[in-house]
Ligand binder design. Structure first.
Ligand SMILES: Cc1cc2nc3c(=O)[nH]c(=O)nc-3n(C[C@H](O)[C@H](O)[C@H](O)COP(=O)(O)OP(=O)(O)OC[C@H]3O[C@@H](n4cnc5c(N)ncnc54)[C@H](O)[C@@H]3O)c2cc1C
Length: 293
């Protein structure tokens, strides 16, 4: 067994093309790790969890640091820092504003300054904030690998704690949020023990308001074994008029659909009760926003 904190990479690589990254990932397999902001890697290294890693592959030189808007939607390069997302004027409009809300509330500021969108997604730590908000906005991921490019729905990217659908030699280059219809509202809420702690649970929602009926409902949660969409609750709200009764029913049904993992900070039961409160509030906020509030 390695000593706690054992971490001794022997090479720090700075490729300047996507092809080079794919080649390096293929050549070194488990011995290589991509470095984006390095903030999650640092935590893993400190705990002796990545002793096999010998090659660090920095993505800094690939020009993947952009937030753009075009006819398809919003495109975010994997190397965008969280503070850049929090300050992007492109995200000032609804329904994309919930991305900005999530980014602004990732703390401490040192993490916002270093951590990246790709790192948030690919850490596959199931209570991080951006994956929840992206899932609730139907995000897609652009992935490059030895067989070229594939585009996948983010829903389906996560298999388990630390486990994604990325294959050998693959990495994420971009998150794409599709253009969402007018009168779509979204919201993101989370619960943390302290202002600089990782969240215990978080909730992202989006919905479209069609003459008072809810359409295209998306509900995502973080805090279980993976980030998840709660599709049974989305279906339960789809086409319904928004009122207190339906909101109460949805929130109560969460008990059957979501199992937060217990931790030193809170039990499964406690986190579930918190998640219900966050979900109710987030749905209310998203609905108000869909009315133009
Ligand atoms: C004190 C502290 C407080 C925090 N608070 C919060 C919080 O409130 N909310 C929150 O959401 N998060 C929080 N975090 C987590 C932080 O946001 C993550 O550490 C960060 O998102 C990781 O991003 P990074 O760019 O530093 O990733 P890195 O550490 O560089 O990489 C993380 C993992 O992702 C892989 N990777 C990175 N980019 C790619 C890519 N493009 N394709 C494939 N694999 C890739 C790396 O190989 C590595 O395995 C906190 C962290 C700390 C230390």
């Amino acid at each position: 067994m390695p000593e706690l904190g054992y971490f001794a990479p022997d090479e720090y690589l700075k490729p300047n093309s996507i092809e080079e990254v794919v080649n390096l990932l293929q050549r070194y397999g488990d011995k290589a790790r991509i470095v984006a902001g390095g903030t999650a890697l640092y935590e893993l290294a400190k705990r002796g969890m990545i002793p096999q890693v010998k090659k660090m592959i920095d993505l800094e030189y690939l020009n993947l640091r952009y937030v753009r808007s075009d006819e398809e939607g919003i495109k975010i390069g994997c190397m965008v820092k969280i503070y850049e997302l929090a300050n992007s004027p492109i995200l000032d409009i609804h329904p994309y504003y919930s991305i900005k809300e999530a980014a602004l509330n990732i703390r401490p500021v040192q993490i916002r300054n270093m951590a990246t969108v790709g790192g948030e997604i690919c850490s596959a730590i199931p209570f991080l904030d951006l994956p929840t908000v992206f899932l609730a906005l139907d995000a897609k991921l652009r992935i490059i690998g030895p067989k070229g490019e594939r585009k996948i729905d983010m829903d389906g990217f996560y298999f388990d704690y630390f486990l994604t659908s990325l294959g050998n030699g693959e990495f994420v280059i971009e998150v794409m949020i599709p253009k969402l219809p007018d009168k779509t509202g979204s919201a993101f809420l989370k619960f943390e023990r302290t202002a600089v702690d990782l969240p215990l649970v978080n909730v992202g929602v989006s919905l479209m308001n069609k003459n008072g009926e809810c359409k295209n409902v998306r509900i995502a949660l973080g805090g279980g074994r993976t980030h998840v969409r709660i599709k049974s609750l989305e279906r339960a709200l789809e086409g319904k008029r928004f009122n207190d009764k339906i909101l109460d029913d949805i929130v109560q049904s969460l008990s059957d659909e979501f199992k937060p993992i217990s931790s030193a900070h809170a039990s499964t039961e406690y986190k579930l009760e918190i998640a219900k409160i966050l979900l109710r509030d987030a749905l209310l906020i998203a609905y108000k926003r869909s009315q133009g509030d």
